[in-house]
Design a protein around this ligand. Structure first.
Ligand code: FES
Length: 147
């Protein structure tokens, strides 16, 4: 339930972090040859480990970077980490164990080292002058389309 305090919204449902597991059009779509996202198993484990009120588990629709299925985001007050190619049950188990350890610590701990190769950044960076000019042209074209 949301309440107002001054002009800042506050929630009573504070968590130490949120983990979003994509189960959209591609992630977990075994009919398309993608690895399964063990949604029901995750829900059971989250409850069994007492994580529900500490680390928000969200089974989401498409997060965007479908080519890196299965996509997971881990977020807290400091920002988000994106993971892709989560293919194995042992990886999901490691995330459950990490979430439990984070709950005990009262804050999101660094992700286990085994996820280092799964990290990626989905946001385009405009680095060189040529890239910035291209970005400018794109935005200008978009704004002229929008009217
Ligand atoms: S379906 Fe998961 S990123 Fe698109």
């Amino acid at each position: 339930m949301l309440t107002m305090s001054g002009d800042v919204l506050k929630t009573k449902r504070l968590v130490i972090g949120q983990i979003s597991m994509c189960r959209g059009c591609c992630c977990g779509n075994t009919d398309c040859g993608k690895p399964e996202v063990p949604v029901e198993w995750l829900k059971v484990e989250w409850r069994r480990m007492g994580l529900l009120k500490n680390v928000q588990l969200t089974i989401s629709g498409c997060l965007g970077p479908c080519d890196l299925s299965n996509v997971v985001t881990v977020s807290d007050f400091s920002g988000s980490v994106w993971l892709g190619n989560i293919r194995h049950l042992y990886q999901y188990q490691a995330l459950v164990d990490w979430a439990f350890d984070s709950k005990v610590a009262g804050r999101l701990l660094p992700l286990p080292e085994e996820f280092a190769d799964c990290r990626f950044d989905p946001f385009r960076r405009v680095g060189s002058k040529a890239e910035r000019q291209e970005e400018f042209k794109l935005r200008k074209a978009e704004s002229s389309i929008a009217g």
